[in-house]
Write a new protein. Structure first.
Length: 132
């Protein structure tokens, strides 16, 4: 048994030393991966709509509000980072995240997330649309 809460974002780090400082606005994500992980944790825990909105490129989050984003829209289970890359102020993170659907069956959300650093702050742009 662990004597601290391991973070939800697929690290072995304690929550208090991983995503929590980002969610509580005491630290700012230094990499797209940190931001991606913290946003997953925000979705997983619920109640962090303000953080999700703050870390979202404004043009891409139009029409979304804090109350909506604070709801646990899905029963998120587990995050797996597949790939990440960063070139200057542009970042990409590929991940898979498992969640349970209404019937309790495990589903997988697979996304290539695009991030951009604007005035020193990493923001989530959105999901890369790939031709499948
Ligand atoms: Zn974390």
């Amino acid at each position: 048994m662990q004597n601290y809460y391991t973070c939800y974002c697929d690290t072995e780090n304690p929550f208090s030393d991983c995503c929590e400082p980002f969610l509580k606005n005491t630290k700012q994500a230094k990499t797209p991966l940190q931001l991606m992980r913290s946003r997953f944790t925000a979705y997983k825990l619920g109640g962090y709509g303000e953080y999700l909105l703050k870390t979202w490129f404004p043009l891409m989050s139009q029409g979304l509000d804090v109350a909506e984003l604070s709801q646990k829209s899905r029963d998120w289970q587990h995050l797996t980072i597949i790939n990440k890359s960063q070139l200057g102020d542009n970042g990409l993170v590929e991940f898979k995240a498992q969640y349970l659907d209404a019937a309790g069956a495990e589903q997988t959300h697979h996304e290539h997330s695009i991030f951009k650093r604007i005035k020193g702050v990493w923001l989530y742009i959105g999901e890369e649309i790939t031709s499948k």
